[in-house]
Design a protein around this ligand. Sequence first.
Ligand SMILES: O=C(O)CCC(=O)C(=O)O
Length: 255
Amino acid sequence: MFLSEKQTKEFENRGFIVLKGFFNKAAMNKVSAWLDELRDKDPGENQEAKYYEKSTITGENILVRIENVLGGHNREIAKLLLPPKAIECLTQLFGEPPVLFKEKINYKLPGCRPDKLHQDQAAGWNAYGDFYITMGIAVDENRMENAALSFLKSGNYEKRLMSGEWCCLSEADPPYQPEDDYVLLEADPGDVIFFDSYVPHGSPANTSDRGRRNIFLTFNKLSDGDMRAKYYQDKWAKYPPNEVKNARPGGSYRV
Ligand SMILES: O=C(O)CCC(=O)C(=O)O
């Protein structure tokens, strides 16, 4: 067992756990170089889905996110990001083996808008299942000024939608209120956070001059089936990737 009983209890009670130093420096250097490569390359035949937005702060067109990066063609990186200990953690937290539902890299570059306080489940995920766990991997230092994430730490939330679909829980930016109920996760490269799809979280705009790249790998239970292809098919029909020259307005994003 990779996780202690205390850690699995903490996950049950608070909806998330942080594992410091889950990946070592050598691994993170490789991952960081891979993210730079993805940022600079054309999507090509592997159909990495890139999303660009106009910064609400600088007015520039910036890369916000890339999805569909582990679909069969990136076995080496998939092996690196999902070592047996990651699968073991997810199996312990779900109580059964995981299946990858979706994956994305949030680049959160300087000038990127806030991700308002929300439950991930509100992003149309009910159509594919009712419970997910995301493994968030910090690639860059996450600090207050470059948009570190804040999570509700009190455990005081419902394991169902607390807003309408596609709605956020608050228009405010961190520190969310009541302040004592939230924790700012100042993570270092290689730190991992496992969180469920209902725990409220968000991050402010990146007003610094440093990017803050995090990878988010989202899983469902094996018994809920493999929904990944269907999810992306539906998503791209309604919300297709775009090009830098066609950046969307900064307020129009979907997670
Ligand atoms: O990258 C971020 O700051 C926000 C991540 C998040 O909460 C999401 O995309 O659902």
